[in-house]
Design a protein around this ligand. Structure first.
Ligand code: PGA
Length: 249
C-alpha cells in the first residue's frame, strides 16, 4: 500500500494564540510516522506555520482576490504557510450553503495555489435511515472533485454528519462498506490515481476508537475535530495510525 496515513486536526472556530503551545508536542511526533496536519482558524495560520507542524486552512474562496469582504483565498493561505485546505465541511455546507459546485471551484483554487484539497463528504442521519447514504456520498464525490484529481493533490474525508461531535460512530462494517464504495468511485472517476487518493474517516474519532477505525481497509487516516484540540488526544490517535501502519509493513 503506497498511501501514507494522514491524521488531520480541524480546530474549527477554536483557538487563541495560547493554543499554539499544543503544537510543540505535535511537532516532535510529526518527524516520524503518519503525516500530521493541523487546521487552526485562519487567524492563527501564519504563526502556526512556524511551529514545525504542517498547517492547513478550513475553507477558502474560489477567487484569487477581489471584492469579497471577509473571505480568504487559497493563495493567501498558501502565502501564510498552509499546505492544505479543508473544503466542503458539512458545517460549511449547512451554515454557508456551500454546494458541490462551490467545493469543486474551491478545489481548483487550492490546486492552483499548490496545496492539497481535503474534500469532505457525508450523509445526514435521515439520509442514512432512508438507505441513501452510499448514493448521497457518491453524488457528492462525483460533483465536488474536479476531473484531474491525483493522490498528491486531493484527499477525501468521509464524515457522516450525525457522527460529528456526537460521540456516535458508524459500525466498523458501515465504515468499511462506505470506504470501499468511495475507493471504487475514485478509481472510476480518476483511473489509477483514484487508488492513491487518501480517504480519511471523520466523526467522533478519538483515542478510544482510533485503533479499530484506522485498521479498516481503505481508511487512510482521520479528520479529527474535538479530539484535535489537545495534543495528548491528537497524538494518541496519531500513534494508533502509526501502529496500524507498522502492522501493515
Ligand atoms: P469531531 O469532528 O471529531 O469533533 O466529531 C470531526 C469534524 O467535524 O471534522
Amino acid at each position: 500500500m503506497s498511501r501514507t496515513m494522514l491524521i488531520a486536526g480541524n480546530w474549527k472556530m477554536n483557538g487563541l494564540q495560547a493554543a499554539l503551545t499544543e503544537l510543540e508536542a505535535i511537532a516532535v511526533a510529526a518527524r516520524e510516522g503518519p503525516d500530521l496536519l493541523i487546521c487552526p482558524p485562519a487567524t492563527l495560520v501564519s504563526v502556526a506555520a512556524t511551529k514545525g507542524v504542517a498547517i492547513g486552512g478550513q475553507t477558502c474562496h474560489a477567487a484569487v482576490s477581489g471584492a469579497h469582504t471577509g473571505e480568504v483565498s487559497a493563495e493567501m493561505l498558501a502565502d501564510a504557510g498552509a499546505k492544505a485546505v479543508i473544503l466542503g465541511h458539512s458545517e460549511r455546507r449547512a451554515d454557508q450553503g456551500e454546494s458541490d459546485a462551490d467545493v469543486n471551484a474551491r478545489t481548483l483554487a487550492v490546486w492552483k495555489a499548490e496545496m492539497i484539497a481535503i474534500v469532505c463528504v457525508g450523509e445526514s442521519e435521515a439520509q442514512r435511515d432512508a438507505g441513501d447514504a452510499l448514493g448521497v456520498v457518491m453524488e457528492q464525490i462525483r460533483h465536488s472533485i474536479p476531473s484531474s484529481a491525483t493522490g498528491a493533490d486531493t484527499v477525501v474525508a468521509y464524515e457522516p454528519i450525525w457522527a460529528i461531535g456526537t460521540g456516535r460512530t458508524p459500525s466498523v462494517e458501515d465504515i468499511a462498506d462506505m470506504h470501499e464504495a468511495i475507493r471504487a468511485q475514485l478509481v472510476d472517476q480518476f483511473g489509477a490515481e483514484g487508488a492513491d487518493i487518501r480517504i480519511l474517516y471523520g466523526g467522533s474519532l478519538k483515542p478510544e476508537n482510533a485503533a479499530e477505525i484506522l485498521a479498516i481497509e481503505n481508511v487512510d487516516g482521520g479528520l479529527v475535530g474535538g479530539a484535535s484540540l489537545k495534543a495528548a488526544d491528537f497524538l494518541a490517535i496519531a500513534n494508533a495510525a502509526h501502529d496500524v501502519g507498522s502492522q501493515l509493513d
